[in-house]
Write a protein that binds this ligand. Structure first.
Ligand code: CA
Length: 236
């Protein structure tokens, strides 16, 4: 298979998540997409799909609507609430017009109806990825703190703040949930693979590092401890 061999030499292959419970269709999609140079991960139910979408970074997600445990629209809503901007191509059954409209309103980038030609799916998939790559950089601004989520750089005022990747992940998560108290458990789950049963006190240590870098010597502290509940990053 020359296509597959060629794919091995792509320096940064596009990573896709395919959430589809019809195993035969999922298998065909995986094979076809891999032959076109993509790296593909499959999930067969909604809960696993949501977990993967929230945990790993993909260039696009192919998301079926009717899924066991959690449907595609609910997954989409959750990931968009968390500001995960990955392009999503919804897979709908023929005639599910309402679902298509709901999907687009919820933040899907496009949809394709079953049964579809693989070539059409590939064209639409490439189009949503292309559109997402041409979007301007996404930044979060909280007072004089600015986080660039593409370059993963952080500025406070005119000073760049160097963070470790764990500190960055923590800060970005708190910033995306600005004003909301986040528990140590939720922060731990966001930072580490859930397979590690880590003591959530580790979070306190990292929060201290972060405070030293972000807040030390500043008039207004951004990260506040909420006793017995967790941490919150607050706007003035
Ligand atoms: Ca299905």
């Amino acid at each position: 298979m020359p296509d597959s061999l060629a794919a091995d030499f792509v320096p940064n292959p596009m990573r896709l998540l395919v959430v589809e419970d019809e195993k035969k269709l999922a298998g065909i999609l995986k094979k076809g997409l891999e032959e076109n140079g993509f790296v593909v991960e499959l999930c067969f139910d909604g809960e696993e799909g949501l977990f993967m979408a929230e945990t790993y970074s993909y260039d696009a997600i192919l998301l079926d609507i009717m899924l066991p445990k959690m449907d595609g629209l609910a997954i989409l809503k959750k990931i968009r609430t968390k500001q995960i901007s990955v392009p999503v191509l919804m897979i709908t059954a023929r005639g599910e017009v309402d679902d298509r409209i709901k999907g687009l309103n919820t933040g899907a980038d496009d949809y394709i109806a079953k049964p579809f030609d693989f070539s059409e799916l590939l064209a639409r998939l490439k189009a949503v990825i292309r559109r997402s790559k041409s979007k301007p950089s996404s930044t979060i601004g909280i007072n004089d703190l600015e986080i660039d989520m593409n370059s993963m750089t952080v500025m406070r005022g005119d000073r760049e703040i160097k963070l470790s990747s764990t500190e960055y992940k923590l800060l970005e998560y708190l910033a995306l949930n600005c004003g909301k108290v986040i528990s140590r458990t939720e922060l731990t789950e966001h930072i580490y693979d859930s397979e590690f049963d880590l003591d959530s006190n580790v979070i306190d240590v990292y929060i201290n590092y972060l405070r030293n870098k972000i807040d030390k010597g500043r008039g207004k502290r951004l990260i506040r401890t909420v006793r017995g509940a967790g941490y919150v990053l607050e706007k003035e």
